[in-house]
Design a binder for this molecule. Structure first.
Ligand SMILES: Cc1cc2nc3c(=O)[nH]c(=O)nc-3n(C[C@H](O)[C@H](O)[C@H](O)COP(=O)(O)OP(=O)(O)OC[C@H]3O[C@@H](n4cnc5c(N)ncnc54)[C@H](O)[C@@H]3O)c2cc1C
Length: 494
């Protein structure tokens, strides 16, 4: 046992890293997420080489296997007021960005043992959707489940999001799903034995235009009818909840005290640990490359580690789902859109709710570690898979944040990253059977809110796959786009 501190910023010891390696986290990005090393003020400069050295010696990894590791800009902690002064051409779309590695071409990370030749259910995607579904299927007694992910767990949107969890939605379906998810989140740590740092500080929405103000009022009335205690507040009254806000230009606010935030990574690990304990398998660094189809069914899933025949396939590959579906000749209307986000140095607790200016898509909350975590959509962001980080985002975010929270100008940004929103034409998910391939089940299109929906959606999908009828899988079926039967959700941030 060693109490030698390896990452002084985050108090990570040699023993913590050894525990992570023993639990099977064998690439740098996964060890970083599991232990928190490299996420503090020095941005990994003092501890990365020590962890890499441990992975070489304890996990017998070398050279190429030490990737992926993505250094996060800004390269040194930088005050938001300085970032706000960076010039940005708001009329032009963002370009490029500092790229990230998901380790996809890294053969050294691919497990060497063969995949099983057969599984009852193959789940494509080890994000929150795939893992939560597999966990729920295992609760229903299904053990022959294989979850495949082309990268490490948490590589997709599920490991890159803001952890916001809210009941404030614009449709009855989403309100009910979010209510159930929050109920499940409350019991998650006790049930799964892993802390997800769930904190119900509420969500405070700010509206600056009349149109957004009306939207908040309309949805609050709907919430109240469904047992959600959302209050419409004046800017002045809302300042009692967060006195530091200027409320510049704000017409009206909506507040639900039961909304909150969780820390995303342990949420995935909790599901992954639970389902593997029950005999299901999760195979990372395993890419689905095609399908064997015959007589209108998927017979096998092809991967870069061999083929797996199966009875049913669930497509839960988030924003990558359209490209995977295309391998089976299925066209999905989802489009990936980059969303950028950042985290600051830790501060003493001062911010109860997650605050969002609905008009601009600005949102920020304070994590249990004290950091401000926040993002903002960019109306000029083109569709496409791009996980790069930009100075443009830092500058736009900093200006929008300082307008509402002037004290934030003195806070330093420690790291930024980006993830893909999985956007559908009506901002609602795609669920249920594929009309042309009934044993290919869809579970994608969750835009910027899949994290909070996953527990409830997965619970219902597992029951539905077990034979229980459920209107959700008809309402949100892929067929709705061809039938012109859209399910619009307008309480979208960003
Ligand atoms: C910046 C940002 C902030 C967000 N904030 C919130 C929030 O506050 N609250 C909230 O609820 N939601 C939020 N979201 C949305 C949320 O993160 C997503 O809706 C959710 O994580 C989607 O989960 P998923 O499992 O569908 O997809 P993902 O987590 O993206 O998982 C898909 C997985 O499929 C794998 N994959 C892809 N192709 C293949 C292949 N060919 N073979 C094998 N595997 C493959 C990928 O590696 C990936 O791990 C945010 C998203 C972003 C980007």
């Amino acid at each position: 046992m060693s109490k030698t501190v390896l990452c002084t910023c985050e108090d990570v010891t040699v023993e913590d890293v050894e525990t992570a390696i023993a639990k099977g986290y064998r690439d740098v990005e996964s060890v970083k997420r599991y232990t928190g090393f490299g996420t503090g003020f020095c941005q990994g400069k003092s501890c990365l080489s020590a962890v890499a050295d441990m992975l070489c010696r304890r996990a017998d990894l070398h050279g190429e296997a030490l990737a992926p590791f993505t250094p996060r800009p800004p390269w040194q902690p930088t005050e938001l007021s300085i970032l706000a002064s960076a010039p940005v051409d708001e009329s032009a779309p963002p370009v490029g960005g500092v790229p990230v590695s998901l380790g996809l071409s890294n053969r050294a990370l691919r497990p060497s043992e063969p995949l099983p030749a057969r599984a009852q259910v193959v789940v494509i995607g080890g994000g929150i959707m795939g893992l939560a579904l597999a966990h729920n299927l295992s609760l229903w007694g299904e053990r022959d489940i294989l979850v495949l992910d082309k990268s490490y767990l948490c590589a997709g949107a599920s490991g890159r999001n803001g952890g916001g969890v809210r009941m404030q939605w614009g449709t009855q379906s989403n309100i009910e799903l979010a209510k159930r998810s929050i109920e499940l989140m409350k019991g998650f740590a006790g049930e799964m034995g892993i802390h997800i740092w769930f904190r119900q500080g509420g969500y405070l929405f700010l509206a600056k235009s009349d149109a957004v103000a009306r939207r908040l009022e309309r949805s609050a009335a709907l919430h109240n009818r469904h047992g959600v205690p959302t209050q419409i507040l004046s800017a002045e009254d809302a300042r009692e909840i967060v006195p530091e806000l200027t409320m510049q230009g704000v017409k009206v606010c909506a507040f639900n005290r039961r909304d909150g935030v969780i820390f995303p990574w342990p949420f995935l690990w909790g599901y992954a640990q639970s389902l593997t304990r029950r005999g299901a398998r999760v195979e990372t660094f395993t890419k689905v490359t095609g399908f064997e189809l015959s007589q209108g069914r998927v017979r096998a899933v092809k991967t870069d580690r061999g083929d797996v025949s199966c009875e049913a396939v669930v497509l839960a590959a988030g924003a990558w789902s359209p490209e995977v579906a295309a391998l089976a000749g299925v066209k999905l209307p989802n489009q990936p859109h980059r969303h950028e986000i950042l985290s600051t140095e830790p501060l003493k607790p001062f911010l109860g709710p997650l605050v969002s200016v609905m008009d601009s898509g600005l949102y920020f909350s304070q994590s249990t570690r004290g950091e401000l975590v926040g993002g903002m959509g960019d109306p000029k962001e083109p569709a496409g898979m791009n996980l790069g980080s930009t100075l443009r985002f830092l500058s736009r975010f900093a200006r929008a944040l300082i307008e509402q929270l002037p004290e934030a100008g003195r806070i330093k940004v420690l790291r930024q990253w980006a993830g893909p929103y999985d956007v559908t034409p009506d901002n609602s998910p795609i669920l249920g059977r594929t009309p042309t391939l009934p044993n290919l089940l869809q579970m994608s299109g969750f835009v910027g809110h899949g994290f909070m929906m996953a527990p409830a959606v997965a619970e219902r999908m597992a029951a539905w796959m077990g034979g229980q009828p459920d209107e959700l899988f008809t309402r949100f079926n892929l067929s709705r786009f061809a039938e012109g039967r859209l399910e619009r959700e307008d309480m979208i941030i960003g």
